[in-house]
Write a protein that binds this ligand. Structure first.
Ligand code: IPM
Ligand code: MG
Length: 370
């Protein structure tokens, strides 16, 4: 029988509540379709800091490196606002991304028709929106050295971050973008700031060169600021947006808001397939953060976490039919008017995290066993 190892790292805030709903689905798949998932558990972020004094322990890093996939909740919260920069909860996530070499971050922004009115944009601009932000995740200003605050000795300090991109880093993320575009509507928009940044000039050159291998895909270049403007002006013009680590961080938050709720969006962070095993390291996480203001109240929306699990089924295990079924179940539950507080509309009583999870599990079971 196949065994598939999942490392669950729920983290902080609403992470554990959302993860509990995914555990229901894992158990369900083991029971109904013999999916063979084995669960391991790890700590990350503030939870790891409290237990081990570090935002991710060496033991849990080893589990993450060995797992077939990592399911990640969220990290951070006011409790840890004052810890040293090196130990802040986010450092655990950044270490996972870096050590697992998860260079390709897929952030789909899909607007479910049932939620189009919850968008900050007019319904006609976002209804049916389906774009994919592909964010480079292991390079750029997040990791470039030097990265420090230097004392200049004259009463002044200097904060330094370094934006670095090498050819191979741009090449591999560009390939991923063109390959993903082939499975979608065949268009890539690459965003950088070549008008002010050398990394932008190189990014533009390398993406253009890689494009020669994908003549069937349309490539368009946009300055990242103009891209942000176009995202809120006419988001449906995009298919795949290819961009660097920092611009991707910002643009994906903008795209998320277009869809009506940050609580809805999943993401996948993928590495390179291993040369011998062909296995690709991967981590799946909701785009929303730890939301400490609502943590522990049972009102968080678990859909982004559940949709992240759907991406895991698709990209780590090739369980396409099951992934399709889970995504269709999410749309079905929304259509049925089942809403957590963040996406509720007048006239509907919001449900709890657990009720939303159960509603999805029940309908998912029906689809799996149909
Ligand atoms: C994200 C988050 C992270 C990032 C933080 C938590 C370090 O904002 O995944 O978008 O900046 O990458
Ligand atoms: Mg972000």
């Amino acid at each position: 029988m196949t065994t598939r190892t999942l490392l669950l790292m729920p983290g902080d805030g609403i992470g554990p509540e959302a993860m509990a709903e995914v555990e229901k689905l894992i158990a369900l798949m083991n029971e109904t379709v013999g999916a063979g998932f084995t669960i391991e558990r790890g700590l990350v972020g503030g939870a790891a800091l409290d237990a081990h004094g570090t935002p991710v322990s060496e033991g849990d890093m080893a589990l993450a490196l060995a797992a077939d996939a990592v399911l990640f909740g969220a990290v951070g919260g006011p409790k840890w606002d004052k810890v040293a920069y090196e130990k802040r909860p986010e450092a655990g996530l950044l270490r996972l991304r870096k050590d697992l070499e998860l260079f390709a971050n897929l952030r789909p922004a899909i607007c479910y028709p049932a939620l189009a009115d919850a968008s900050s944009l007019k319904r006609e601009l976002v209804d049916g929106l389906d774009i994919l932000i592909l964010r480079e995740l292991t390079g750029g200003v997040y990791f470039g050295e030097p990265k420090e605050i230097r004392d200049l000795g004259n009463g002044q300090k200097r904060g330094i971050d370094t934006q670095i991109y090498d050819t191979f880093e741009i090449e591999r993320i560009a390939r991923a973008a063109f390959e993903l575009a082939r499975t979608r509507r065949g268009k890539v928009t690459s965003m950088e700031k070549r008008n002010v940044m050398k990394t932008g000039v190189l990014w533009n050159e390398v993406v253009t060169a890689v494009h020669a291998d994908y003549p069937d895909v349309t490539l368009e270049h946009m300055l990242a600021d103009a891209g942000g403007m176009q995202l809120v002006r006419a988001p449906k013009q995009f298919d795949v947006i290819l961009t660097d680590n920092l611009f991707g961080d910002m643009l994906s938050d903008i795209a998320a808001m277009l869809t009506g709720s940050l609580g809805m969006l999943p993401s996948a962070s993928l590495g390179r397939p291993d040369d011998t095993t062909g296995r690709r390291r991967a981590l799946y996480e909701p785009v929303h953060g730890s939301a400490p203001d609502i943590a522990g109240r049972g009102i968080a929306n678990p859909i982004a976490m559940i949709a992240s699990f759907a991406m895991c089924l698709r990209y780590s295990f090739g369980l396409t039919a099951e992934a399709d079924a889970l995504e269709a179940t999410i749309a079905e539950v929304l259509d049925a008017g089942i809403r957590t507080a963040d996406i509720v509309v007048p006239g509907i009583e919001p449900v709890t995290t657990g009720t939303m999870g159960d509603a999805i599990a029940e309908r998912f079971r029906a689809r799996l066993t149909a």
